[in-house]
Design a protein around this ligand. Structure first.
Ligand code: NAD
Length: 363
């Protein structure tokens, strides 16, 4: 093992939370454990300058606790910037539950998790993320009011994913306009990686406009279903990132833009729903810039869901939500232009605006 890795491992032992690579002055990190239900969760509250920390709960079978902590730190930080750039008065937070959502999730576990959320007195408000359904949020609602994304029958706004997909579609069209001079996706080939709640609706929007879609997922049943429904082609082969497409839409998990994948990419535009697409925001943002690939920052274009969820907490007005989500098109164009003008990556340009707003709120 080289000296650098040894040093990093030593640091993790003496500073397992505050010394984490992904730690970014988070305000609070809460570890939740319940022996009876088997709940093991971590709530990350990154910043509350602009308001309560709102962000979904992800249930995932993490390979290690380190991975779970790393994920919650990265995701909660991303939420601060997402809400800030979208102009919402919300801070950034997120939660992860360690386990398999298909086999280990139960109403008891979700209620116990809700009690932990409640113990934070509204500083953190939860909602859906990967591995969660609207019914799970309804269960959490039984024990705490600090939850959004609950079902329409229970007075909520339902699953936010279709609105997220609409925002991603807007961001994709803006990025296409910037790169190709036209935002019409007719004849454009788009790879959608991950055809879950958001990915499927995105496939619908693209095919409705006349774009060609190539889909990829680890779930074979969904691939067959979505392909049959929208006439999308299923990716077959072993070099997904090197496939000839115009646009790549990461809609599964994060960090798919890294040293290995960027080298192979043929796509000219990247616009997708997944959070934290850049494995390293500086290094990989710059690599994309060097390759002339237009990257629509994830936290900017996947904000439709948070716009919808926020409205559930204040005043639910569907047309206002759609207007705000549609505006992601304009904001994306502004950010892409700013990045070029200021000679920085598109991610940095978006981050700068978000950080300024958070800082101003503190003052
Ligand atoms: P989901 O769980 O419904 O869908 C994820 C899909 O990705 C699943 O079909 C899964 O099988 C697939 N997948 C997982 N690993 C994969 C891999 N290695 N290769 C290909 N496919 C893979 O989740 P979702 O709600 O659609 O969210 C998708 C992404 O968008 C997540 O990163 C999420 O954090 C982000 N996001 C979602 C929302 C929202 O409103 N749901 C909002 C903002 C951001």
């Amino acid at each position: 093992m080289n000296a650098e890795i040894l040093k990093a491992n030593e640091l993790k032992k003496v500073a397992p939370v505050f010394g984490q690579l992904s730690f970014d002055n988070h305000e609070q990190v809460v570890f939740c454990n319940d022996k009876d239900t088997g709940l093991k969760a971590i709530i990350g509250i990154h910043n509350t300058n602009l308001g309560p920390a709102l962000g979904g709960t992800r249930m995932w079978n993490y390979a290690s606790e380190y991975d779970a902590l790393n994920d919650v730190l990265r995701l909660s930080r991303g939420m601060s910037f997402k809400s800030a750039i979208t102009g919402l008065n919300l801070g950034g937070g997120k939660a992860v539950i360690i386990g398999d959502a298909k086999t280990q999730k139960s109403p008891e576990l979700m209620r116990r998790f809700g009690e932990f959320v409640h113990s934070l007195s509204g500083k953190y408000i939860t909602a859906e993320d990967v591995g969660m359904e609207t019914e799970d949020m309804d269960t959490v609602r039984e024990v705490t009011p600090y939850v959004a994304g609950i079902s329409e029958e229970k007075g909520g706004s339902g699953n936010p994913s279709p609105i997220t997909a609409y925002g991603v579609f807007m961001g994709m069209k803006a990025a296409a306009k910037y790169k190709f001079g036209n935002d019409n996706l007719v004849g454009k080939k788009v790879l959608v990686q991950g055809i879950g709640h958001v990915g499927e609706t995105l496939v619908k929007y693209i095919t409705e406009e006349g774009g060609q879609v190539l889909i990829s997922d680890i779930n074979q049943e969904r691939l067959a279903e979505v392909s049959a429904k929208y006439g999308a082609e299923i990716f077959e082969g072993d070099n997904l990132y090197g496939v000839e497409v115009d646009i790549y839409a990461p809609c599964a998990l994060g960090a798919t833009l890294n040293n290995q994948t960027i080298q192979q990419l043929k796509a000219k535009v990247i616009a997708g729903a997944a959070n934290n697409q850049l494995e390293d925001e500086l290094i990989h943002g710059e690599l994309l810039q060097k390759k002339g690939i237009v990257y629509a920052p994830d936290f900017l274009i996947n904000a439709g869901g948070i716009i919808n969820v926020y409205a559930e907490l204040v005043k639910y007005d569907k047309s206002e939500i759609m207007r705000k989500t549609e505006n992601i098109y304009n904001t994306t164009l502004e950010i892409l232009a700013k990045a070029e003008l200021d000679n920085m990556t598109t991610h940095q340009a978006a981050l700068q605006i978000a950080k300024n707003r958070i800082l101003a709120a503190k003052k």
